[in-house]
Ligand binder design. Sequence first.
Ligand code: SAH
Length: 371
Amino acid sequence: MSSAPDTTRTNLLGLQKTDLESFVGELGNKPFRARQLMNWLYKRGEGDIAAMTDLAKDFRAQLLTCAEVVVPEIVKTQIASDGTRKWLLSGGNGQAFEMVYIPEEDRGTLCISSQVGCALDCSFCSTAQQGFNRNLTTAEIVGQVWLANRELGWKVGDDRILTNIVFMGMGEPLANFRAVVPAIRIFLDDLGFDISRRRVTLSTSGLVPQIYKLAEEVNCALAVSLHAPDDELRSQLVPINRKHNIAELLEACWHYLDEQNGRSVTFEYVMLDGINDQPEHARGLARLLRDKPAKLNLIPFNPFPGTNYRRSPQAAIEKFRDELTQRGIIVTIRKTRGDDIDAACGQLAGQVTDRTIVRLGSKTFGLQVRA
Ligand code: SAH
């Protein structure tokens, strides 16, 4: 394992099972070699090809000439008073992105990034202020989970430390569809990290066509950043709404559940003082979500330098929740974690120095979504 990618070698962490089978096939080997490799990589956390001792010697020698296991380099580690950990990871060329580990009594969640920066320009999100630099590769996405396991001291035979993975770090995962989908497959694959489909959550700001595509490709939990009950307000907060409105978005969500036999979609709702936290907003939300397979997760706004928004007072958040529960909506209030190290939702800023694409809200909706 190293942290300096060699472009002439293939990073094994970027290959889902079928790709790994093709890769070993091209080297003249049988598909079971791919399973052996996955066992070393994901069941044993081994990153050193030379140490993969039950691989045939000549196969190992072959791999050493053309393959590698590379994870993002750690630039900085911070540990919050509540045990939350945040790592700043290098994306090369002075760019950096973040991942966060959130320990709870009954689970360990890793919040991972899918892009360096973000182009979606949601007005209350710190990552948006950074602009967009680039998509992460599948290897960089999978590498975050691999690396977190190592950093957290996981060893073969131990219980899992990471039970849940959420795409709630930097970036819009559906705007990096090509790299994110194979990564999710590796998380779910029983030869990979073998995490249950209800414990891998993709959170999106609402890229409707990609939600339909996702429904065809993988089966994981879906979270959607709703943040407003009507199009006028949502378009101010989440500019992609001007392209795909709430009605279209909800349609896509129900389609996703139908296709995937899913139980519910989690709708995230950031609580912004005086903006979207009034009783009429709660009533509007209840009208949208009543009798639907939906859960609502209220996120107290996490401030960052330069923002004009304020967090709704706790009493307002609880009142908002009560308005909704009275109308039969399942609501939870997200506990703020790691805010003393800026590791809470929407505080991840990484280091985006070279913004190659303008932010979505500033000018254009010509967002490049390659899939
Ligand atoms: N691009 C994805 C992942 C974003 S981060 C998405 O939009 O869903 C995960 C959640 O944190 C999203 O719901 C996002 O809207 C929310 N969030 C962003 N900034 C926040 C802030 N400052 N305080 C609280 N939540 C925030």
